[in-house]
Ligand binder design. Sequence first.
Ligand SMILES: *Cc1c(COP(=O)(O)O)cnc(C)c1O
Length: 467
Amino acid sequence: MKQKESIFRTVIEPFIIKSIEPIVMTTRAEREEIIKKAHYNLFKVNAQDVLIDLLTDSGTGAMSSEQWAAIMRGDESYAGSQSFQRFETSVKDIFGFKHVIPTHQGRAAERILFSVMCKKGSIVPNNTHFDTTRANVEYQGAQALDLVIEEGKDPKNLHPFKGNMDVEKLKNTLSKFGSENIPLCMITITNNSGGGQPVSMENVKQVKAVLSNHNIPLYFDAARFAENAYFIKEREAGYKNKTIKEIVHEMMSYGDGCTMSAKKDGMANIGGFLCTNDDLAAQKQKDLLILTEGFPTYGGLAGRDLDALAVGLQEVLDESYLHYRISETRYLGEHLTEIGYPILQPPGGHAIYIDAKELFPHIQPLQYPGQALSVEMYIVGGIRTVEIGSVMFGRIDRKTGQETPSEMELVRLALPRRTHTQSHIDYVIEVMREIYDSRNELNGYKITKQPPFLRHFTADFEPISDY
Ligand SMILES: *Cc1c(COP(=O)(O)O)cnc(C)c1O
């Protein structure tokens, strides 16, 4: 659906609310108690104790009335269900690949893809691997290389396609490791780990041209394929008058397959899939699928989930929706910038990232400035976010116990799809204004208890009271 021109500046939510979930209101004093009991770890706070949950945009969005209606049509037959047929038709209509394999979420598609394609010592280039993607590559004994352009690593650079892959780096990788050791190349759209930044069509074409000379297949990590297409329509010459679907078709025509976390642009609460044009690979993938996910016509999902996805994948192509979605993120980003917050620029598709190291120069990286900000956002406004800094990525030397901080100390405000109204966002902005005014008085944190890996989920913290 094309976007209808409007003479008004206000971007309204292109939907009305049919079913609501009440927010349980809490006071600041109550939240101080709650966060203390949770040892200052927001992953340990119960959802009903959160006013605005910006922890992730994954599987947290609202479904439409058409999706709920589709849920009731779910055909739960073990083999050859109508739900699968509707799902497969919808995916093929948009992505155009020959084989469609459903999985319970994105990482299951990744595991199956890399199990089939990679072996020990293989090299997989990507603009930036998402963390589950990297983990699944490395689990095969292969090496995951991030080849994003240099502009993509500079938080202040306003390059319109900061998710692009550096084509020179790709060529160098090919000559260094030899194309026989590179079973596939991936491009993540939009580049989640790089701040939700888009990849241009031009870049995909260039990457494809390099790979074609060496017969290396190109796969997309397509979690936010529609948001990426919207950025192309907005920013890349020659695409203004194309529909989102036409843009997606063109992009996918340069690929040999994709993995998909349908919890993002699938507009559903669970689901994923793997696509390929390679008959032999598809056969091996389906064999593996049966081993852990299920029969190839449901792959770990209920029939009703497949139906919700069949509808959601079409709805995400609606330009009014994408215009509202990208405007909402931009609106939040622009207001935070106006207050004075250093954010990763320009605002990406699904989230805003605040640079807590720059915001709190008085808090040392190993006193976790990102944690300090996210805890404060919870106490002051009941807002839940996630630290993406030294709590998540700090490395501890097993022998010396010495800790090395992460390169960046970010806090991510991820926006669930179709879930919040403009006044929710205005509330977040107001809370952030209050926090900004007291930024010099806030203290860091220390970790009092932590597991040996993935510590951010379960670690305990304590505020550092005096310096
Ligand atoms: C979320 C995500 C994944 C993993 O998908 P899950 O559905 O969470 O397993 C992979 N790649 C990207 C870019 C993602 O955003």
